[in-house]
Design a protein around this ligand. Structure first.
Ligand SMILES: Nc1ncnc2c1ncn2[C@@H]1O[C@H](COP(=O)(O)OP(=O)(O)OP(=O)(O)O)[C@@H](O)[C@H]1O
Ligand SMILES: Nc1ncnc2c1ncn2[C@@H]1O[C@H](COP(=O)(O)OP(=O)(O)OP(=O)(O)O)[C@@H](O)[C@H]1O
Lengths: 217, 217
């Protein structure tokens, strides 16, 4: 369980805060906009109104005691940089900042942020891989041509076993491997080739992207 | 090989277009800003200056002949909606649009977009899972507590076999499974437990998130 402080309740900071809290972490959110603070009250551990560019404000909230600091201010580059520097001077052990441009990101790295996020670029890149194969719901790249894809069981595979559908065993290094079969909240890892697929199931597959494409085509 | 038309060369549209082109697809990019069009000229198949809310402009560029249409306009909600409706009336088979808010996204879905992207929310959610385990470079969710994680081989596992490091065989459904070991561009699927890990290698692991956390802790 980590103690995370998030500055900035735009779309990125808000979703990040909610998800972290749902995952069981302790989340304190700071924003200077009263409305945004109010709507986060029930979604995180603490939501506090304040100007995060004021060191006294951060110190009063005990920011120096947190494990992770997130600077989720986007458009206001100056504030983003100031808060990042304050986190650094207050010795927050791990700092993540969201960048609005390459130069902004470069600056945040030089300040000493441990990780810089470019939400738009990352989404654009990820979508490119998912479009490559529109049936793929989500994709994790391993190399430039090899990845893990999560997809819904294609209609034509309903009520077929993995073997009948053409999936070979797990030791074949050149074809795709079904690493998981999900049915609701139930997940079978490295399912047996006799496992039957039902409509509504999800498959998690690893292999060359062009081979995965043949499955969904 | 898909034929993709992208309207809007912000950060999302630009990265999407470049990546699709690098993946071998045919990409036409349209933006009304001359500078942005110019800088994309060498990065996609065609980059054209124009106002995409004009049907005549889209028709002249043959938009009705494309496989996938992407509306990558963010801030200008009216233009985003107008272009989406034009894609729909021109029978573009698969339409993706980027949304700036939940209401914007809702509207795009009602218009008939096949997929709506919320880059900031998706990045925030993904980061929450990756922070759960800062050593995880990338994460793909399977259920709310189960996922696929890509991580660098921890220092303490360098020059150990998978078995020595404590990874059990692939048929154990309750523990993590190493589904791939990457060394440079070389990927071994479902590696043998005798496989030795070297510093610089990457592991792709599937399992309960809290178990994956124990590996990197
Ligand atoms: N000095 C500050 N102290 C506290 N909060 C701040 C400060 N400056 C900006 N913020 C807050 O940061 C939040 C996010 O910033 P902003 O809306 O500019 O980014 P954004 O790029 O639009 O965010 P997103 O893309 O995630 O929606 C806003 O809610 C704003 O009130
Ligand atoms: N009617 C239009 N025709 C063509 N291009 C347009 C039109 N309206 C806006 N654009 C272009 O869309 C692009 C992206 O829009 P905008 O910059 O508002 O979105 P954004 O949310 O800032 O993008 P990102 O977050 O991806 O950086 C801009 O380059 C802009 O010139």
């Amino acid at each position: 369980k980590q103690h995370v402080v998030i500055v900035g309740l735009g779309r990125f900071g808000t979703r990040l805060g909610r998800t972290l809290y749902q995952l069981g972490h302790d989340v304190m959110a700071i924003d200077r906009d009263e409305e945004r603070v109010q709507s986060m009250m029930s979604e995180v551990t603490y939501a506090i109104r304040g100007d995060a560019t004021q060191e006294s404000v951060l110190r009063e909230m005990g920011v120096h005691n947190f494990d992770i600091g997130i600077v989720a201010i986007g458009a206001n580059i100056e504030a983003s940089i100031m808060v990042s520097v304050l986190f650094k001077t207050m010795n927050v052990p791990y700092i993540v900042a969201r960048a609005n441009s390459d130069l902004h990101g470069n600056t945040l790295e030089r300040i000493g942020c441990d990780r810089v996020i470019h939400p738009e670029e990352e989404s654009g890149r990820r979508l490119a891989y998912e479009l490559f194969n529109p049936d793929v719901e989500e994709y994790l790249g391993v190399t430039s041509s090899f990845g893990v894809s999560r997809l819904a069981v294609p209609d034509r595979f309903a009520n077929m076993t993995l073997r009948e559908a053409g999936f070979s065993g797990p030791r074949d290094k050149y074809r795709v491997v079904v690493i998981a079969l999900r049915r609701g909240e139930n997940v079978t890892l490295i399912p047996d080739s006799n496992e039957m697929m039902r409509l509504g199931d999800e498959l998690v597959i690893v292999g060359r992207d062009n081979l995965v494409q043949q499955i969904t085509a």
